[in-house]
Design a protein around this ligand. Structure first.
Ligand code: AMP
Length: 583
């Protein structure tokens, strides 16, 4: 039986309501498969990558199994990184928002342990933690796992790669033997299967088989744009490419409504299409779209099913779809009937993992572009206007207008050039206001069109798309010293290792440039490395250290530069014999 609706999953009213609020139209394939297995109490091994909706797939069953009248820890989720633990905890908190009395607590290294202990004392039924920190709490007696009913290993392959095997096994040996054990992993190396054989009983496999899909012949571009700036980016792209009809895809109904509202406010002819609309409303919107009275249709994947309109020249992925298959369906809405089709995808942060999967799976050639500048938009508008003039002149029949112009020039004693310029100004309207693209799009400020991509690359520590970001689980830091100051890689390693207690092995890739260098450190420690190293010295030089955002630029945002409170434990105060990845 295929599950098509969340209502078919036997979930509590409160959880359904939370899902409704999150705007999900239907369960993703891994959710449809894994949630029923988990709700039945079975051990499950789920093969799913980031972006498939795996967090909700295990999150819902974990929460549904919690008894809110007891304050004992009943569910534990282990994650490889602090970043993931926070993200998973946020998603579970959102799912649990209508279930009174449930506390979901992330526990990870780098955060003052005292604060975690205080919350743990009050009672948290679900713990989302990195293995090292969970072990730390177990040693202190602040986490007790004897009432755990369900244990989840999220991104299990990553955790093993990071050397957490011993900690994970110790944790799994501590939880009661009759608990449910769930293991999610993107890959299934033999080590994972061995772990599953040891700690799971009678398990089921949840794996979504990828269908073979024909990827349509559509030009595909992607843009690194933070969520909050995507609307501006999309409007500029629309203004430059000037597609006849466009479809914008959003993963949620709420997203559709918000995008439509903003597009309409900016004067675009736009309407939304989603699952909450009845047939009459949908037909009305589709009628307007077909006739060109609506130029931008904003839709969820479910609502867009079966849309067959020939003149769609652009598809926008406002967010990356939760399933690779959806991506292929989405971009297939353009480039029909021999017309040119373009697909534009926005991504930032963790979405790049999904983008990488899509590229790998579809073998599609996706080209990274910079968002057009305001100058590009103005240029495109002028070009369009001038080509309209050319067309009109070629068509002829301008005798009446010529007489009016002659009369005007004679009477006013002005040149035809001045008159044409004034007309251009009136007809084209005021120019768009310049905006600070560096702030909007995380990009360096840009010069003339054409210089942009080169400049952008120069500002990046590495070439290309995924290579431009740090290794998984690592955060890139920027130091304001480089070759010009005679600083070498070993100086950087020596200083960081010496000052922070990180081992040389834990310090990742280092890229030396003339006046600065980039160094990757485990994300768990990044803030603390900044705290210890910023203002410290290398080869007698006072250095500044900043976190660098995913795209490679220094993150000047006060949040990341805020000094940690003095209560953070120094690295040196390590628990003996333990992996120190996550503290
Ligand atoms: P994950 O694979 O857990 O990293 O989830 C990827 C993204 O998909 C997250 O932003 C989720 O909020 C979102 N998501 C999860 N389930 C669904 C769903 N059924 N429909 C739409 N989006 C979803």
């Amino acid at each position: 039986m295929t599950i098509e609706r969340f209502e078919e999953l036997n979930l509590s009213e409160e959880t359904l309501k939370a899902i409704q609020d999150m705007g999900f139209e239907e369960p993703s394939p891994i959710q449809a498969l894994a949630i029923p297995m988990l709700m039945q109490g079975r051990d499950v091994i789920g093969q799913a990558q980031t972006g498939t909706g795996k967090t909700v797939a295990f999150g819902i069953p974990v929460l549904e199994k919690v008894d809110p009248t007891s304050r004992d820890i009943q569910g534990i989720v282990l994650c490889p990184t602090r970043e993931l633990a926070i993200q998973v905890a946020e998603e579970l908190n959102t799912l649990a928002k209508y279930r009174k009395g449930i506390t979901v607590l992330p526990v990870y290294g780098g955060q003052p342990i005292d604060r975690q202990i205080r919350v743990l004392r009050q009672g948290a039924q679900v713990i989302i933690g990195t293995p090292g920190r969970v072990m730390d709490h177990m040693d202190r007696g602040t986490i007790k796992l004897d009432k755990v009913r369900i244990a989840v290993l999220d991104e299990a392959d990553e955790m093993l790669d990071m050397g957490f095997r011993e900690d994970i096994e110790l944790i799994l040996q501590t939880v009661p033997a009759n608990r449910q054990t769930v293991l999610f992993s993107a890959t299934m190396p033999s080590e994972i299967l061995r772990l599953a054989d040891t700690y799971q009983t009678d398990r089921l496999l949840a794996k979504v088989s990828q269908k073979v899909l024909t990827v349509p012949n559509v030009e595909q571009f992607f843009y690194e744009v933070p969520r909050g700036s995507r609307l501006e980016a999309m409007c500029r792209i629309i203004d430059v490419f000037n597609p006849k009809l466009s479809i914008v895809f959003s993963n949620t109904k709420r997203g559709v409504d918000q995008i439509v509202e903003h597009l309409q406010a900016r004067g675009y002819m736009s309407e939304g299409l989603h699952g909450d609309m009845n047939q009459v409303q949908r037909d009305r919107v589709m009628g307007k779209f077909r006739s060109g009275n609506v130029e931008i249709l904003v839709a969820t994947d479910v609502a867009a099913r079966g849309i067959d309109v020939d003149d769609v020249e652009a598809v926008f992925n406002f967010d990356i779809p939760s399933d690779v298959e959806y991506y292929v369906h989405r971009i297939g809405r353009t480039g029909r009937a021999g017309r040119t089709g373009r697909a534009f995808t926005f991504a930032s942060g963790r979405e790049f993992y999904k983008l990488r999967d899509i590229q790998r799976f579809t073998k599609a050639k996706m080209v990274q572009r910079s968002v057009p500048s305001v100058g590009d938009v103005e240029q495109a508008k002028t070009d369009k206007f001038l080509s309209g003039i050319r067309e009109s002149m070629a068509q002829g029949g301008l005798e009446n207008q010529v007489r009016v112009v002659e009369h005007f020039l004679e009477n006013e004693q002005v040149s035809s050039l001045d008159m044409a310029a004034a007309m251009l100004k009136i007809l084209m309207g005021p120019p768009r206001e310049e905006q600070d693209d560096a702030l909007l799009f995380n990009e360096p400020s840009r010069g003339r069109p054409g210089e942009r991509d080169r400049d952008r690359d120069r500002n990046r520590p590495g070439p290309g798309f995924r290579e431009s970001g740090p290794q998984q689980g690592m955060t890139r830091l920027m130091l304001n010293v480089g070759r010009n100051q005679q600083v070498e890689v070993r100086d950087v390693v020596g200083a960081i290792a010496g000052e922070t207690g990180l081992s040389g092995r834990q310090i990742g890739k280092i890229v030396m440039q003339d006046s600065r260098c980039f160094v990757e450190v485990p994300t768990e420690f990044a803030r603390d490395v900044v705290r210890v190293m910023d203002g410290n010295q290398i080869r007698g030089l006072r250095i500044e250290v900043k976190e660098v955002s995913e795209g490679g630029r220094a993150d000047d945002d006060q949040r990341s530069m805020r000094k940690r409170p003095a209560t953070v434990r120094p690295f040196r105060a390590k628990r003996p014999n333990s992996q120190n990845w996550d503290r």
